[in-house]
Design a protein around this ligand. Sequence first.
Ligand SMILES: NC(=O)c1ccc[n+]([C@@H]2O[C@H](COP(=O)([O-])OP(=O)(O)OC[C@H]3O[C@@H](n4cnc5c(N)ncnc54)[C@H](O)[C@@H]3O)[C@@H](O)[C@H]2O)c1
Ligand SMILES: O=C(Nc1ccc2nc(N3CCOCC3)sc2c1)c1ccc(CN2C(=O)C=NC2=O)cc1
Length: 479
Amino acid sequence: RQDFKVADLSLAEFGRKEITLAEHEMPGLMSIRKEYAEAQPLAGARVTGSLHMTVQTAVLIETLVALGAEVRWASCNIFSTQDHAAAAIAVGPNGTPDNPQGVPVFAWKGETLDEYWWCTEQALTWPNSPTGGPNMILDDGGDATLLVHKGVEYEKDGKVPSPDTAENDEHRVILELLNRTISDGSQKWTQLASEIRGVTEETTTGVHRLYEMQRDGVLLFPAINVNDAVTKSKFDNKYGCRHSLVDGINRATDVLIGGKTAVVCGYGDVGKGCAESLRGQGARVIVTEIDPICALQAAMDGYQVTTLDEVVDKADIFVTTTGNKDIIMAADMAKMKHQAIVGNIGHFDNEIDMAGLAQIPGIVKDEVKPQVHTWTFPDGKKIIVLSEGRLLNLGNATGHPSFVMSNSFADQTLAQIELFTKPDEYPTGVYVLPKHLDEKVARLHLDSLGVKLTQLRPEQASYIGVEVDGPFKSDHYRY
Ligand SMILES: NC(=O)c1ccc[n+]([C@@H]2O[C@H](COP(=O)([O-])OP(=O)(O)OC[C@H]3O[C@@H](n4cnc5c(N)ncnc54)[C@H](O)[C@@H]3O)[C@@H](O)[C@H]2O)c1
Ligand SMILES: O=C(Nc1ccc2nc(N3CCOCC3)sc2c1)c1ccc(CN2C(=O)C=NC2=O)cc1
């Protein structure tokens, strides 16, 4: 029986070529492989991963394996798997599609909800493990951690709520899965959870869930909040979006950005990256903000800062980056110029009022190509909406570049080593990555950019109250 499930093994060769190219752009992970190859710090680790199965994630997986870990993987989003990356992981660097020798991976683009949770369960179920499960989780959004915790909770109660009580489809699927796996009285999930030394969490959503479980006293094992590492969030948010916003707009529209007027709603990390990249293309960038400090920053950075109302009928490109909802409403879009471009790179899918747009009498939606639609108003004026209001850098491009993910995934790898090798230092709770490791991740990326770091001299170190080799900043320093 094959211990993997992917869309098409014949894509493995293509996946391997892209993984090899990505390795060159992920110096942080490749340096970690070299540094720890001998020590094998993850020997004995059984890591269950629930994180977008992409080319970059494949490099992360093979780094964990290079450090001694056994790994089982599922994606954390039903659409985010790159099938060629999943195939390459299943086949492995030394295998062939006829003789796969890779990592057990359960992921394909376009999973149903039932399939998604089946994949997550497969990644959590270890055939040759004494507990039947992992001893480490690497999570993105918290679904793997959730399944384990709900399983243990319902086994303690001796019963699972009826799927009829489910709040939504996803909740129903989870209850059906747990009903199926708990009915035999095997205490599967309690057994499975018993040896988990910890979880490392990639994103804000998953971190929020962890802090809630800690607050409610139900957290079963320690967690490292990787999201708030400076070398993760600053790079994801500012430099990742600075690259992938324009990538998405270009792939979607091929419009010349130079000379156009662009509105960036929000001037946080993501907005700063987006404004800079649009300005870099020669656009005149206007910022909208609610926060006087961020508004002042935008003004100091030379941007006009005004309200959407003031410019909605004049600008050519609109990008939302706020993490808030209802930023661009249907009434705003009705006022926009002919063929104005509207896209979101901030929160899921509620920054742009797509529901309101669809309800305008006589509006006509037309697909130009996947993830690019025109919406024609009754007066004939049309606007171009990207990714149907969802994250345009993912729907119209390929997310963040490998170098950005190298920072985030180096944080993940060091966090895995921390929790796996120093269990006594991490009693159950939620931690951030120690700053010296955050700085280490940055250090690992300097050589490849030709950076020469200045060495602090002892008298200087004592003068500013830090150690010669860092940490160089206090925990509350805002980079
Ligand atoms: N697409 C991606 O690849 C990607 C990557 C990283 C983060 N994100 C998401 O982008 C969002 C923003 O992330 P961030 O790190 O920049 O957050 P942030 O909090 O630093 O910035 C958001 C900014 O929007 C402003 N804002 C809020 N409501 C507003 C409104 N009504 N009008 C104008 N401005 C408003 C806030 O004052 C804040 O300055 C989050 O949802 C984050 O999850 C997406
Ligand atoms: O979410 C991601 N990707 C994604 C891709 C396509 C897609 N298509 C969708 N739909 C919606 C319904 O209609 C059909 C189309 S949703 C969706 C999501 C995603 C996030 C972070 C990283 C992290 N990352 C990078 O950024 C680069 N490498 C990474 O691992 C990846 C993907």
